[in-house]
Design a protein around this ligand. Structure first.
Ligand code: LRH
Ligand code: MN
Ligand code: MN
Length: 387
């Protein structure tokens, strides 16, 4: 790839940020309050807009319903536009209601299944109002004990709810199915892995695709293989990016394993899926329990950019030649050369080209925004979970 093409690709890159990253969050042990956190969906969008203002590549904000419920979603969309961003994916939430103790769409009780489906359908109504193209589905459904419920029957119930939701989608809308190995269910999860998500999406049709949340796998899982496979099948819809040391830690992407992030982004570049119109969304799904939130989001965006820049720098021709020749060490060397490149000077130039400060973290710190919101906002909201 020419240097111009690398720069063009980096300028055109788009990263979606989650509204919930800006609220107070924590673990089941403690939620820490931070000064200046948003009290309303509008304030979350305003904070997200800061991330875009300083990075230039994060103009899309993902909402979570009901955490971001407002009376008038079209108005919220207009507010976002005034802030210089737009509303992206609508995330459904069928995991925080007492009724869902034994599951949502897989619950043995048909009344509760209907309630959960009602929420999914309502989220498509919200998409219509915001102009969002993507509905993200993650189900906490599962069981804690062998024998607790029938595994096959639960798959049938899941398929039924997915089909009803799929039916409701408009022509330009997609549903993105996210899997997760475990938690909160500890024995069996109804959508535990990419294979299960893929099988359901395949049956549903073209508008159903898989979400890879990088924190949702067993330790040691080769995530880039999943990326390569799903891209080849045209079934990779989105990422939820974050880092994990142990399980679903939701730490900043690229913090725990920048090399893994590079390997993932290499598969993206390899499949020409970086383009904003590729159909793959690159979203952050993180919470910042102890660190300041807006800078943590800025840092995360920069981490994705660095991994992307390195992936774009892989010498594709040299790699293909080494691979064809069976030159194991040569091929590995080509990949490592790109990974070992310091791409920070290149990214500083890309930012300058965009008319931005080359150092987003320092520029944000100097802006005074953190001090302003700390003074103006009292009684900030919890992100929605982790109480
Ligand atoms: C589940 C998950 C899913 C939810 C989000 C808050 O662990 O990754 O994407 O919507 O966390
Ligand atoms: Mn997620
Ligand atoms: Mn998660």
């Amino acid at each position: 790839m020419t240097e111009t093409a690398v720069r063009d690709a980096l300028r055109a890159q788009r990263i979606e940020v989650p509204s919930w990253a800006y609220g107070n969050s924590g673990t089941r042990f403690k939620v820490f309050s931070q000064p200046g956190v948003p009290r309303t969906p509008e304030e979350k969008i305003a904070d997200a807009a800061q991330v875009h203002a300083f990075t230039g590549v994060a103009p899309i904000v993902s909402l979570h319903i009901p955490w971001d419920r407002v009376d008038d979603f079209a108005k919220l969309g207009s507010y976002a536009a005034e802030q210089g961003v737009r509303i992206g994916t609508i995330n459904t939430n069928v995991f925080q209601d007492d009724d869902y103790r034994l599951g949502s769409v897989t619950n043995p009780d048909p009344r509760i299944r209907r309630k959960a489906l009602g929420h999914l359908l309502e989220c498509v109504d919200i998409m219509d109002a915001t102009g969002s193209a993507d509905l993200k589905l993650w189900f906490s459904d599962g069981t804690n004990y062998p024998g607790q419920d029938d595994i096959r029957a639960r798959q049938d119930r899941l398929a039924e709810a997915l089909a009803a939701t799929y039916e409701r989608l408009g022509d330009d809308q997609r549903m993105l199915l996210e899997y997760k190995l475990f938690e909160p269910a500890f024995y069996m999860t109804d959508v535990p892995d990419w294979g299960t998500a893929y099988a359901h999406c395949l049956k549903l049709g073209e508008k159903a695709q898989v979400v890879i949340d990088t924190g949702h796998h067993a330790p040691g899982t080769n995530i880039e293989f999943i990326v390569a496979f799903l891209l080849r099948e045209g079934k990779l819809g989105a990422f939820d990016f974050n880092s994990r040391f142990y399980a679903d830690d939701d730490l900043m992407v690229g913090a725990a394993d920048p090399f893994q992030l590079f390997r993932i982004m290499y598969e993206i570049v390899r499949a020409d899926a970086l383009r904003p119109d590729s159909g793959v969304n690159f979203m952050l799904d993180q919470c910042h329990n102890i660190e300041p939130k807006i800078p943590a989001q800025i840092r995360s965006v920069m981490n994705v950019q660095e991994a992307t820049a390195k992936a774009l720098l892989v010498d594709a021709e040299a790699l293909a030649a080494a691979q064809t020749a069976g030159d194991v060490l040569g091929a590995n060397g080509v990949l490592m050369d790109a990974y070992d490149t310091d791409v920070r000077p290149l990214l500083r130039e890309v930012r300058a080209d965009l008319g931005l400060d080359p150092e987003p973290m320092a520029a944000y710190a100097r802006s005074g925004y953190a001090q302003r919101i700390a003074a103006e906002r009292v009684g900030g909201q919890q992100a929605g979970w982790g109480a």
